[in-house]
Design a protein. Structure first.
Length: 295
């Protein structure tokens, strides 16, 4: 068996390398030479972030690639994009194509199929694509608003800096520190007081319990007393006192006459005066009344 010459080996290796190079370039352009595909046309107003070989997906599954792009000769504001889609994929009419660009700049064409029709788009039909608004678009709209807020933020920061450097704030912080210290001392004293109360509470509770028992016994004794009989006795005594007072005030009784007769009072008073004069005269002149004879 003859040996393969070195030149033949080099030639075979060159052919294989050229084939791989062609395949690689085709793949980067969106062509897969080992897989049959159909080409569809999608028109976008803005293809920022879109490149060749950008994947086309349905529900996250890749079904095609972007093969090429060119400007629409009839409308310079539109970009014609060619998609190589899998051969067995049929796109229903009314389906939508969205260009989605992530925060990192990677783009994807997302296809949303129309499930309500059985008619399909042909290769000659043109699909109008839309750009999906993401965070980058929102950021572009927010930039003017942020720029408008910058002077206000700068003013707020200046005010905060002035407040921080103000000696009044330092004094206020010192006062707050003093108040916190006083609160800590008050809390400590309150805890000591509460501990003392906790010791005294059982004694006070015992005293209250004893008082409650005494009140219960007193209430029981009061319940056992014959209040009605006591009241009748008191009422009878009050009536007797009232009758005695009436008799004393009346002039018909002896005591009433003694108390209410003016003449009797004057006579008794005169008799007492005469008796006093007589006793005085006896002390001063006893010989008038006492005769002593010696035998």
């Amino acid at each position: 068996m003859s040996k393969v010459s070195k030149e033949v080996k080099i030639g075979i290796a060159f052919v294989i390398a050229m084939f791989l190079l062609y395949y690689g370039i085709s793949f980067l352009k969106g062509f897969n030479i080992f897989r049959s595909s159909n080409t569809y046309i999608v028109v976008f107003d803005n293809v920022e972030g879109l490149t060749q070989a950008t994947p086309v997906t349905i529900n996250g599954f890749q079904v095609g690639l972007v093969s090429s792009m060119k400007m629409d000769p009839n409308n310079p504001n539109r970009i014609v994009t060619y998609l190589n889609m899998d051969k067995g994929l049929n796109i229903p009419k009314g389906s939508k194509m969205y260009l989605d660009v992530s925060m990192l700049g990677s783009a994807t064409i997302i296809m949303e199929t129309n499930p309500y029709t059985t008619e399909y788009i042909s290769n000659s039909d043109t699909i109008v694509g839309n750009r999906k608004k993401g965070m980058l678009d929102a950021a572009d709209k927010m930039v003017p608003q942020i720029q408008g807020l910058l002077p206000k933020i700068d003013s707020i920061l200046t005010g905060i800096n002035t407040l921080v450097n103000s000696p009044v704030l330092s004094q206020s912080l010192s006062d707050v520190n003093q108040i916190t210290t006083d609160l800590a001392k008050s809390t400590k004293q309150l805890n000591i007081m509460m501990n003392s109360l906790n010791k005294d509470i059982p004694v006070v509770t015992g005293n209250l319990s004893s008082m409650s028992n005494d009140l219960t016994g007193l209430t029981k004794q009061l319940n056992q007393m014959d209040i009605a009989s006591t009241y009748r006795a008191v009422d009878s005594t009050m009536k007797n006192i009232q009758q005695l007072s009436t008799k004393i005030s009346s002039k018909d009784s002896s005591l009433g006459l003694l108390l209410n007769d003016r003449n009797l009072y004057d006579s008794i008073n005169s008799t007492i005066n005469n008796a006093s004069l007589l006793l005085k005269d006896i002390r001063e002149n006893p010989s008038r009344y006492i005769n002593v004879k010696v035998f």
